[in-house]
Write a protein that binds this ligand. Structure first.
Ligand code: FAD
Length: 484
């Protein structure tokens, strides 16, 4: 019998279109699927609370899928390199395969693991299972990384995207004897506080949930994506971000699902909606490109001069807390923050509004917002979160200029005109009519009374005045420019 191969699951929790798993199968020997819980190996970006919930349920789902193939899932906790070496020794495995990740700490760790395995004459090979275009394969004409999205994406599209995805694995040869496994519960991924009921109502982590979401989106929403994606009260986007982050679906699978639709017409993309949607997948690629080439960006602005930005002080943390809890007094901001807390996800338009509010109206550092998102998003992703926050703060690649300041009331009135989204997440305002729903402080007393709202009691007055905050933000920006 051939020696077993260790298949190391990481952020590729799927059995379909999984290049490293395919490679393991080609070896013809028994395959031992492994998951290693290695908190220290994640560096300073340990999996956040909401993502841990997702990870737990995704691993449960994967374990069930493997059991259906008469296979198992070996779970261990510890330093990845040491655990892999122990497992090779225990099982006699002579090869370990995995799909690559792109976070700086993980790249450094994996490099070391490859070398240590090589020293032991064990084959350690990694594959691309997460991106359409790996960052080291893309450069501009000057041989440098791109920093602007449009030319980046044009360049990628010109290179072409492989249509091929591999089929779901149907058989996994198993060893005669399985090594010991810890239980998933031993990893203690679920939160101790009662926080995640809303997550369970909204999500089905795992490969099956991913494929269902893709199917629904392709059938019912992708063609209208361009016109509907900005309205948070409707499901106009794919909600695939956590599935993509955990690798429960690959971007190639999404691409090829859309490409299949075009077979009848021969035109791809089939609609403007599809084209815009695919460019959002492109933004995910771009985020990884930036993180890989500028590994300092999760904690430092890409535009170094922004290091000197004069942030406001918040000595007792009251402003940050009001933002985190959805108690700023600006309904669209508060609705978003409560959606985040309740579901582990927030609509993209609202992410931009709440992020802008933190950075520009409260003038608190973008890193504080990024850290909160990191802990509360089920799709928390170092590349996309960093890009999103630096974009909003004006200090990243292809960023919105700092002086363009979202007015929360206008944003609310434009994208949640009737206030359906606000009413859903802020029950205190449920009886307020559309006219004042985005600015309750302007409502006459009798309107507030009729809606049973006492401002400052059930729902707060705005914690900052928009006009004053805007002026102060612009002054701070001017101060930064003068200091150059
Ligand atoms: P869709 O609109 O259906 O888009 C499809 C896919 O494209 C998404 O699932 C996502 O993988 C990718 N995508 C879409 N927009 C972006 C974008 N702007 N940047 C990168 N990828 C994108 N996305 C994350 O996945 N993780 C994060 O931690 C994250 N943090 C963010 C923080 C801020 C401040 C902002 C403004 C945006 C952030 N985003 C993040 C990007 C975006 O908001 C989400 O990807 C999107 O809302 C997910 O919903 P969806 O799957 O329905 O997206």
């Amino acid at each position: 019998m051939k020696p077993p191969i260790l298949y190391w699951f990481r952020r590729d929790l799927r059995l379909q279109d999984n290049p490293a798993l395919q490679k393991a199968l080609e070896g013809g020997g028994p395959i031992i699927p492994v998951y290693i819980h290695d908190e220290a190996g994640e560096g300073e970006w340990k999996t956040g609370g909401a993502s841990r919930w997702w990870l737990h349920h995704s691993l449960v789902s994967l374990r069930e899928s493997l059991a259906k193939l008469n296979s198992r899932f070996i779970v261990r906790a510890g330093a990845s390199g040491e655990v892999l070496e122990e497992l090779c020794e225990e099982t006699g495995a002579k090869a370990v395969y995995w799909n690559r990740r792109y976070e700086p700490a993980i790249i450094a760790r994996d490099k070391q693991i490859k070398q240590s395995l090589r020293d032991l004459e064990i084959e350690g090979e990694s594959f691309n299972g997460a991106l359409l275009f790996e960052p080291h394969t893309i450069e501009n004409k000057q041989g440098r990384p791109f920093q602007v999205f449009t030319p980046y994406w044009r360049h990628c599209l010109a290179k072409g995207i492989s249509e091929n995805t591999s089929a779901r694995v149907k058989k996994l040869p198993h060893p005669n004897e399985w090594p010991k496994s810890e239980s998933l519960d031993d990893l203690e991924l679920l939160p101790l506080i009662n926080w995640t009921d809303g997550f369970a109502e909204n999500w089905e982590p795992g490969e099956t949930g991913a494929l269902k979401s893709l199917k629904v989106f392709v059938k019912s929403a992708v063609d209208e994506y361009e016109s509907k994606r900005d309205f948070p009260h409707i499901v106009g986007t794919s909600q695939l971000s956590p599935y993509l982050h955990f690798g429960e679906i690959s971007p190639q699978q999404i691409w090829s699902a859309l490409q299949k639709r075009s077979e009848a017409t021969g035109v791809f993309p089939t609609s403007k909606g599809e084209q815009v949607y695919l460019s959002e997948i492109g933004w995910r690629e771009f985020a990884h490109h930036l993180l890989y080439h500028f590994p300092q960006t999760p904690h430092a602005p890409l535009r170094a001069d922004y290091e000197r930005f004069p942030w406001a002080s918040d000595p007792d943390g009251a402003k940050l807390r009001a933002w985190q809890r959805g108690l700023t007094g600006y309904p669209i901001v508060d609705a978003g923050m409560r959606e985040l807390w309740h579901t582990g996800w927030m609509h993209n338009r609202v992410r931009m509004i709440v992020a802008s509010f933190l950075v520009k109206h409260l003038r608190l550092p973008w890193t504080l917002g990024a850290a909160w998102f990191w802990d509360t998003l089920v799709d928390a992703d170092l590349a996309s979160n960093t890009l999103g926050w630096q974009w909003t703060a004006g200090c990243g690649a292809d960023a919105a200029p700092f002086f363009r300041i979202f007015a929360p009331v206008n944003q609310g009135e434009k994208f949640d005109k009737n206030g359906d989204y606000v009413r859903k997440w802020i029950p205190e305002l449920a009886k307020l009519g559309s006219k004042y729903i985005q600015r309750p402080w302007e409502a006459p007393t009798e309107v507030l009374e009729a809606a049973e709202i006492e401002l400052g009691n059930q729902y707060p007055h705005p914690i900052v005045d928009h006009t004053t905050a805007r002026k102060e933000a612009l002054a701070a920006f001017q101060q930064l420019r003068n200091s150059k």
